[in-house]
Design a protein around this ligand. Structure first.
Ligand code: SF4
Length: 342
């Protein structure tokens, strides 16, 4: 993981002057900057994690390099939007597959045309959605990879929509032929298409997603609307300026507030730039893939976000995510007690 500041701390620990060095580098940091510490004493890891949690910074990564350890932490916390305070388990994410017709340069789960499919499969989706309905799941989000690469995506979505209102995240480029037929059979009142469009004009979108993709996505949006679907437009942006430009475009297009998603690139998957997020920054949203249950859809193949390999019974998988969430909270409280100074 790249960092904005690199510090070789040698054999220093928190007991022998490391804290002063860390504070000195933090004075030069802006919120969101990444700091890497390269050291010879592995015992720094747990202390650094404790210090990060207590001070509102986030430890993001620890890797061994030729007998040394490199830790990366972010200066400051990622603000949690108010709408992220929904109860754990009310929202369920399904990664139906990991292959994609595109290979965007910021994909947070490394999808591409050559990525192995790692399919969740219709039978598992049917069992998940049956149990999800019993557990009172309020919303289902279907994502990938590109979900519309799958032959049976129509049946998968019908199964999801029977359990809860469902949003499908798609690049919108495959709404022709048999896929258009699949779309025709879907209940319009239970399914929303969330189509990725990064900019008002082709340049930026095509830069990240490939030449010609903007125009094909615009066609897909028109097709989806012509078929009577509610369409949400979702942009992934690098800067506040890009976000503002896209907002102006959405205003001009008269897109309703509830049909707009603007998010920053996350430093996960193949992204080389973006906002670094750790488990401690993310309110959990149960996310199921062929490989197990993850803390959040962003980075749903990274081991630090894996909660359990066992999907079933779904009630137990939800309970595992809640337990993990409680442990995060307990840890923070414990640290507050340990460091209680008065
Ligand atoms: S960001 Fe979406 S469209 Fe792009 S490669 Fe990843 S899954 Fe595919």
């Amino acid at each position: 993981m790249r960092a904005d500041f690199e510090l070789d701390i040698g054999r220093k620990t928190f007991a022998s002057g490391l804290l002063l060095e860390v504070i000195a580098v933090l004075r030069r940091c802006r919120p969101g900057d990444l700091v890497a510490l390269l050291g010879d004493d592995k015992s720094v890891g747990p202390e650094l994690e404790t210090w990060c949690r207590f001070t509102g910074n986030s430890l993001l990564d620890a890797t061994a390099e030729q007998g040394r350890t490199r830790w990366v932490f972010r200066c400051g916390a990622v603000p949690v939007p108010a709408e992220d305070n929904r109860p754990v388990g009310s929202r369920l994410w399904l990664y139906t597959n990991f292959d994609c017709n595109l290979h965007c340069d910021y994909c947070c789960v490394r999808s591409s045309p050559t990525a192995p499919r790692r399919e969740l499969g219709l039978a598992r989706v049917q069992r998940i959605t049956r149990e999800a309905a019993e557990l009172g799941v309020k919303e289902i989000f279907v994502t990938g990879g590109e979900p519309f690469l799958q032959e049976d995506i129509g049946e998968i979505l019908i199964s999801c929509a029977a359990a809860a209102p469902t949003t499908v995240l798609t690049n919108g480029m495959l709404f022709t032929g048999r896929r258009a037929e699949s779309l025709r059979a879907l209940p319009r009142d239970r399914i929303v298409l969330q189509i990725s469009l990064d900019s008002a004009t082709p340049e930026l979108h095509d830069l990240h997603r490939g030449p010609g993709t903007w125009a094909r996505t615009r066609e897909g949006i028109q097709r989806a609307r012509a078929l009577g679907f509610r369409v949400r437009l979702a942009a992934t942006v690098s800067t506040d300026t890009e976000a503002e430009e896209f907002r102006q475009f959405l205003d001009e297009e008269k897109i309703a507030a509830e049909d707009r998603v603007i998010r920053r690139i996350a430093l996960r998957g193949v992204a080389r730039e973006g906002i670094a997020v750790s488990r401690a920054d993310l309110v959990p949203e149960v996310t199921i893939t062929a490989d197990g249950v993850y803390w959040h859809p962003v980075g749903a193949e990274d081991t630090d976000l894996l909660v359990t390999r066992d999907i079933f019974p779904l009630s137990e998988c939800f309970a595992a995510v809640r337990r993990a969430f409680d442990r995060e909270g307990e840890h923070a409280n414990k640290l507050a007690r340990i460091f209680n100074c008065a």
